[in-house]
Design a protein around this ligand. Structure first.
Ligand code: SAM
Length: 315
């Protein structure tokens, strides 16, 4: 099992994620007025990192909006390893929040998030009425919930907690894993994938994570993380796009897709937006960018067991 320092290192990846997001937001890559509350480090990151944060943001933004706009029934979003994710606040501000929005992370991370929420009227006001548990690691609002638990205890501890706070397996539900399952033992992340497939008849899961561990760049990426005591535990189990797809198909999901970030830019970002974003920073590391972008993917899968809600997944 993971030593404490290895777990701390995994939790530390949340700091770099939020610092990078803040840098990209400050430069105008995308809008997120809440990210600044979650970090004091607002240094400018290199263009390649900003571009990566932009891709990551856009991918989730596009798919979340599609999911929320398809039909006006109650829907749920569950964010695995949410860290300092601000999606709920941005959706709520635009009155686009789903019926229920759940976030899960380690107690050390949720404690800090709740502290930040309590300190900021702008955020707490947005949430509306909420209660906080004794340890200040969980928050229960009207449509927003923060649950503190190790994701390896998904079926035994997290599912009962979700249900206690109104999670309904029969509602269309989107599960997000933004650089999270890759840090878990595949045995534990796959238990989550399997549980959703078997228990949430109308669901969508979307993951953003590293692939291609075996080429020179992949080896370097893994070595650099190892130096920070961070292990990509899932990368050997799902090393390429085909394996990423099969991860879901072999566990009963009806459709699955996996694309790298180069392909994502070509297929999902329209030309005017592509150019706007290209002009933000002088960018002369095109070859390096293409190589990095090849090593990150979006993978998503649909569970369409309920005929009535199948239309949600129509293109
Ligand atoms: N999803 C957020 C984002 O993209 O900004 C945070 C990403 S950060 C790279 C990874 C997050 O996953 C951290 O907040 C970490 O604590 C959480 N995490 C990783 N393994 C976990 C586990 N076994 N249980 C709960 N949270 C976990």
């Amino acid at each position: 099992s993971m030593g404490d320092s290895a777990e701390d290192a995994v939790r530390g990846t949340n700091d770099s994620a939020v610092e990078s997001r803040c840098s990209a937001v400050n430069l105008g890559y995308f809008k997120d007025e809440f990210v600044k509350f979650f970090t004091r480090r607002t240094e400018r990151r290199p263009p390649i990192i900003n571009r990566g944060s932009y891709a990551r943001f856009m991918g989730f933004d596009i798919f979340i909006n599609k999911f929320l706009e398809a039909g006006d029934m109650k829907k749920q979003i569950v964010v695995l390893g949410a860290g300092s994710d601000t999606k709920y606040f941005n959706l709520k501000k635009e009155n686009k929040q789903p019926y229920k929005f759940f976030e899960i992370d380690f107690p050390q991370i949720t404690f800090k998030k709740i502290q930040t929420i309590k300190r900021s009227k702008q955020i707490s006001g947005l949430i509306g009425d909420f209660e906080i548990n004794i340890g200040h690691t969980e928050l229960y609002g009207q449509d927003y919930y923060i649950i503190s638990e190790d994701l390896k205890n998904f079926t035994t501890k997290i599912v009962p907690k979700l249900e206690e706070h109104g999670f309904d397996k029969n509602l269309p539900t989107m599960f997000l894993s933004e650089c999270v399952m890759i840090y878990m033992d595949p045995e534990h992340s796959d238990a989550i994938v399997q549980w959703i497939s078997e228990n949430v008849p109308t669901s969508l899961i979307m993951a953003y994570e590293q692939i291609l561990p075996n080429d020179a760049f992949g080896q370097m990426m893994i070595k650099n993380l190892k130096a920070r005591n961070i292990e990509l535990k899932g990368i050997d189990a799902y090393p390429d796009l085909e394996d990423q797809k099969n991860r879901y198909l072999s566990r009963g999901w009806d459709q699955a897709f996996a694309i790298n970030i180069n392909y994502f830019f070509n297929s999902h970002i329209d030309p005017s937006e592509y150019h706007r974003q290209m002009l933000i920073e002088i960018f002369d590391e095109i070859e390096e960018w293409k190589l990095i972008a090849q090593h990150y993917c979006f993978a998503w899968a649909f569970n369409m067991k309920n005929e009535d809600y199948k239309f949600i997944f129509d293109d």
